[in-house]
Ligand binder design. Structure first.
Ligand code: HEM
Length: 324
């Protein structure tokens, strides 16, 4: 049913956002321009919400004026909202909007995401009909499109919970280092297979690290993965394969005090131990090399995997969307 339509937005955030038109399929296959959320009275005008999010990203980037943007943080928000899912008992996941409540909001893995949620309050005020959970997922999709990435199938229908009582125990989101390549790889597989995702989907999703950066005040890690952190591309994979990565020992001329991470020859770019681990497993490395060579295949796989990720834990709803 999912059909990928290649991204049409510009590769630069500096240019005006292209808002995709959208076709809605319902049970009776009626096309329209609006969709019904859980309550039939409340109609989410999805193109308008998307335009508002794109505008927020552009405005915020202008205000920052330092080459960074909300793009990476919005993608990370959508991923962390969904990444708590457990296929064994259908707990956690993208439904419920629990990430805005404690305890999830305060989990160390979610450090820095409060900023993204606070920024999106403005969009929620303007479009109160969209649930927080849908808004956080949609922000990730708009961010990918704004960064010139693929157009991604998206379904509305997430329903907010009033508090974090149904949040799973902390510890479902992945750590970047388990001490050994073997341990880190096993941990990554444990997390992504628990989500119901394959090795290939895991590697494709990690390509999102072409966007954004690590912030010492959030994770203790530092730096961007690529030289174009607002542009979705296969650079993460190309750099992983082609650069010479060594352990980071200094930062701005001083001793590096943070956890083990890797840097390229100029020290401008970084890789986490979990990124480097992809090169230490034959199966995972095959996908890294494939995506490094072929951005089109990466975009296609990423779009399918990200759409699947954002749908985890969301009860099947009747209407669904296809953007183009
Ligand atoms: C083994 C799996 C993963 C690990 C260990 C990991 C770890 C991290 C860490 C430590 C950061 C830095 C956060 C900060 O300091 O602000 C980060 C950022 C980021 N992650 Fe991941 N990540 C993983 C998977 C993913 C996946 C699956 C996605 C998306 C599909 C993703 C998207 C991002 C993005 C876009 C950023 C940049 C955030 C920003 O610029 O604010 N990550 N990740």
């Amino acid at each position: 049913m999912f059909k990928l339509l290649q991204g049409i937005s510009s590769r630069s955030l500096a240019s005006t956002a292209t808002i995709s038109s959208c076709i809605i399929f319902t049970d009776s296959n009626i096309a329209g321009t609006e969709a019904q959320s859980k309550s039939p009275q409340k109609k989410v005008k999805i193109e308008k919400v998307k335009a508002s999010i794109a505008n927020l990203i552009d405005e915020d980037m202008k205000n920052r004026n330092d080459g960074t943007s909300l793009v990476g943080t919005f993608v990370r928000l959508a991923w962390h909202q969904a990444g708590t899912y457990d296929k064994a008992d259908d707990s956690g996941g993208s439904n419920g909007g629990r990430i805005r409540h404690n305890p999830e909001r305060n989990w160390s893995a979610n450090s820095g995401l409060g900023l993204a949620m606070d920024k999106l309050e403005k969009i929620k005020e303007k479009h109160p009909e969209i649930s927080y959970a849908d808004l956080y997922a949609l922000a990730g999709i708009v961010a990918i499109e704004e960064a010139g990435g693929p157009v991604i199938d998206f379904k509305l229908g997430r329903v907010d919970e009033p508090n974090g009582d149904n949040s799973p125990a902390e510890g479902r989101l992945p750590d970047a280092d388990k001490g050994t390549w073997k341990g880190t790889i096993q941990h990554m597989r444990d997390v992504f297979h628990r989500l119901g995702l394959t090795d290939r989907e895991m590697v494709a999703l990690l390509g999102a690290h072409s966007l954004g950066r690590c912030h010492t005040y959030n994770s203790q890690y530092w730096g961007p993965w690529t030289l174009a952190e607002n542009t979705m591309s296969n650079e993460y994979f190309r750099l992983l394969v082609e650069e010479r990565w060594t352990e980071k020992h200094t930062h701005n001329g001083k001793l590096w005090q943070g956890p083990l991470q890797y840097e390229n020859s100029t020290g401008e770019l970084m890789m986490l131990p979990s990124d480097m681990a992809l090169l230490h497993d034959e199966n995972l490395k095959t996908y890294v090399e494939m995506y490094a060579k072929d951005e089109e295949v990466f975009f296609r796989d990423f779009a399918l995997a990200f759409s699947k990720l954002l749908q985890l834990g969301v009860p099947e709803n009747k209407s669904w969307f296809q953007f183009r």
